[in-house]
Design a protein around this ligand. Structure first.
Ligand code: FAD
Length: 518
């Protein structure tokens, strides 16, 4: 017999290895000896009150063995001789599109401008140490896309829970910890993601798919509203049947190419701002109501903040407890910051994007001349501004949080996790008013919600500009571009995802749509 129950465990109780068995026996009014196994289905922490509680949902097996198999089976087939589907981009959307093609008996041919995870590492080092950005291999481009050297938080607002579970099970199948199936806020960590991504590539190759690295797509040969061939940066051409375009929100050359070819695009609302960095112990003490170090059983604390300021949302984005701020530019001449953390989240800092919603219809009137690319140009300008004010390298402009709000240049800055280094800059006057003034009010409001958050011990670092795509590549109900019938815009670049899980789910959907259409 199996019974599903909820348990509330205190911090003190959590120290005991057998606590779930004891509590389950008590809750079910049975002898603990008859419990043959306990499967944790969900775990979350409730730290709203000083008495911290671990909430568990468990399946208690009574005189019955725990099942070993996963409920998901991935039925990969040999597709070496099957019909091909071309996938541009090997981020979460492209990877999951390729895996789904294999399940459905089609051969994915993936074209990726960046390098494999191992070689990519050298280029990341060059950004951090030499301030040189390779525009094909960086924190956004390369095997696994922006999802590889990311934070690996796997939250999604998607309501399609069944699909979400499938994506998680597949990550576990490819080497991610099965803890992600349980945690309310699952996280893989930047140190573990490359191996998972590499395993996904190996599955694709083992079943007869193809993955071509250092292969940038530079043009589409279109006849009668169909892509006949794609042109690569080495001058060669590839004849294609169906094309899944999963190039991410940083592939500006793809947006420019589509625009130049008069293929419909739409301007999209997005968000931009800064990254704020606190010592982790400050966030821990606020969230866990403690004064010294947090209890060893508790993970580095996170937060999620949102406030409306002058009709625009100001909110935290991609919060990374125990993490690092990283240089996420995709070209020299721009500074872009983002965040990531290792699986243990044991770094000394907590960082988060704090961004302001930008309404493409009303906020960008000075950029109207750029038409559908107005948001992209606005974003580019802010990144250039960060580059020049940081000192024309990957050094990022920064300010103490309180100085930013009070409108003062910082005489000195707090220590940081951002490897290329920070330079004090008057971000309060440099940022456009649309963003700067809302951020200043937003930070004050956040200080009210989390006492101790508004502190001179935090830095803000500019600029957090790549939160989502400023451009949408339209598609119809069959997920085809309305003007190019064999083009399937996919993932975050198309405007159909925001994060690893939603991009992966969209990849699967696009593969199914492309195949249905064959
Ligand atoms: P991408 O991952 O951007 O992949 C697009 C791929 O297309 C890239 O590999 C690129 O090289 C390739 N490409 C582009 N142009 C071409 C071309 N012309 N020819 C061939 N290939 C091309 N999300 C989360 O959910 N949780 C997190 O914790 C998280 N942390 C992040 C931390 C960092 C530092 C960064 C940068 C991002 C983070 N994200 C996180 C965002 C997440 O990575 C993206 O939402 C996700 O990767 C989008 O997936 P995608 O496949 O649509 O696009």
């Amino acid at each position: 017999m199996v019974k599903e129950i909820q348990l509330r465990i205190s911090l003190k109780e959590e120290e005991r290895n057998d606590i779930l068995t004891i509590k389950s026996a008590h809750a079910l009014d049975i002898d603990k000896e008859v419990i043959t196994g306990i499967k944790i289905l969900r775990k979350s922490i409730d730290a709203r009150k000083p008495k911290i509680i671990f909430n568990y949902k468990v399946a208690v097996y009574i005189r019955e063995a725990l099942p070993k198999t996963s409920e998901y089976q991935f039925d990969y087939k040999d597709v070496s001789k099957a019909k091909p589907i071309h996938i541009i981009g090997f981020g979460p959307a492209g990877m999951y599109a390729a895996l789904r093609c294999i399940e459905l008996g089609y051969k994915p041919i993936v074209l990726e401008r960046g390098k494999n995870v191992k070689d990519r590492r050298r280029d990341l080092k060059a950004i951090n140490q030499d301030h040189f950005v390779n525009n094909d291999s960086n924190y956004c481009f390369g095997e696994g896309g922006a999802g590889t050297y990311s934070d690996g938080k796997l939250y999604t607002r998607s309501l399609k829970r069944g699909d979400v579970r499938r994506i998680f099970e597949n990550l576990v199948f490819h080497g991610a910890t099965n803890q992600i199936l349980i945690d309310a806020h699952p996280h893989i960590g930047t140190n573990k993601l490359p191996k998972v991504v590499q395993n996904i590539r190996e599955t694709i190759l083992n079943y007869g798919g193809e993955v071509h690295f250092e292969t940038r797509v530079v043009d589409f040969i279109i006849k009668k509203n169909n892509i006949q061939a794609i042109q690569l940066q080495n001058g060669s051409e590839m004849t294609v049947n169906k094309v899944i375009l999963a190039t991410g929100h940083s592939a500006r050359d793809i947006f420019y190419l589509l625009h130049k070819k008069d293929i419909a695009l739409e301007a999209k609302s997005f968000a931009m701002g800064v990254r704020v960095e606190h010592p982790q112990h400050i966030i821990d003490s606020i969230q866990y109501h403690c004064s010294g170090e947090r209890n060893a059983l508790l993970p580095a604390a996170s937060y999620s903040l949102v406030n409306q300021v002058n009709n625009r949302g100001v909110y935290s984005f991609c919060m990374c407890p125990g993490g690092f701020i990283v240089p996420a530019a995709t070209a020299n001449g721009e500074v872009v910051v983002n965040g990531m953390s290792p699986s243990k989240r044991n770094n000394l800092y907590a960082n988060s994007g704090i961004v302001v919603e930008i309404n493409a219809d009303v906020d960008l009137h000075k950029y109207e001349k750029f038409g559908v690319l107005k948001g992209l140009e606005y974003q580019k300008n802010l990144e250039k501004l960060a580059f020049t004010s940081g000192g024309r390298s990957q050094v990022a402009p920064a300010q103490r949080l309180t100085d930013f709000v009070e409108g003062k240049l910082s005489n000195d800055l707090n220590p940081t996790s951002y490897q290329p280094g920070l330079k004090s800059a008057p971000l309060h006057s440099l940022l456009p008013k649309l963003i700067g003034s809302r951020l200043r009010k937003g930070f004050l409001a956040f200080g009210q919600k989390m006492k101790g958050y508004y502190t001179a011990e935090a830095n803000i670092v500019g600029v957090e500009s790549r939160t989502s795509s400023p451009v949408c590549i339209p598609r119809n109900e069959q997920l085809q571009h309305p003007e190019v019938s064999n083009l399937f815009p996919c993932g975050e670049g198309g405007g159909y995802a925001g994060g690893i899980i939603s991009a992966a789910m969209d990849g699967e959907r696009c593969a199914e749509a492309a195949i249905m259409n064959l």
